[in-house]
Unconditional design. Structure first.
Length: 214
């Protein structure tokens, strides 16, 4: 198993000091990790915790924005987008299209992040409309507003196109708002994963309180 498919990293903690007699009684802790150590790529708060306990804790404080990306050509950026969505505790990541996506870039964060699949853009739109979530398309299309000038809704779906072609015409037509990232160089667009990280952070700047993790 290579580094992209494992949460093992050259960082972490060894077995819980003092042996089994000193193990905490909190049921969130995983006996196997307490015994052998925890070298997963998680913040210190979650050291030795069971996977389901981590997900449950994240579920209690996820931010009310969603991230969606079209995936018609096996976009390799999706894993990185999932990883960033996990870092910002997005409610969920939505992948539009039936192609499989490469999980390597997620660095196992897809275990902790809710990832939903939608066969078509119409399915995503119906899902969002049912929940009253406006769709904000991110692409440098005519009439798009610079994202740093736009008031991103607190509850919304941030919709990104795949690397290269960007958003499909159907996705652009379905969006309630259109934003773009200011650029000053010669390239027409920036990497899809980088664009998603920028826009997610704009949402964080507007709506998220500073983290208060111990």
């Amino acid at each position: 198993m290579d580094a992209g498919e494992s949460d093992r990293a050259p960082i972490g903690v060894g077995p819980w000091p003092g042996g089994p007699a000193a193990w905490p009684s909190d049921p969130r802790y995983d006996p196997e990790l307490l015994e052998h150590g925890d070298t997963r790529n998680v913040v210190d708060r979650y050291r030795y915790w069971r996977l389901d306990a981590i997900v449950a804790d994240l579920d209690g404080r996820r931010h009310p924005f969603h991230v969606a990306i079209e995936n018609w050509q096996h976009d390799l950026n999706i894993g990185s987008i999932v990883r960033t969505a996990n870092a910002f505790t997005a409610e969920a990541v939505h992948i539009v299209g039936n192609r499989r996506w490469n999980r390597r870039g997620a660095m196992v964060t897809d275990r902790y992040q809710h990832v939903l699949q939608h066969p078509t853009i119409d399915d995503l739109v119906a899902w969002a409309r049912e929940r009253g979530l406006p769709i904000v398309a991110v692409d440098n299309t005519d009439g798009a507003v610079p994202v740093d000038e736009f008031a991103l809704p607190e509850r919304c779906v941030l919709l990104f196109g795949q690397e290269g072609p960007g958003l499909t015409a159907a996705a652009v037509a379905a969006a309630d708002a259109h934003v773009e990232i200011r650029q000053f160089g010669s390239t027409r667009s920036i990497n899809a994963a980088a664009a998603a990280a920028i826009v997610m952070h704009e949402w964080i700047r507007a709506h998220a309180a500073p983290p208060s993790l111990p």
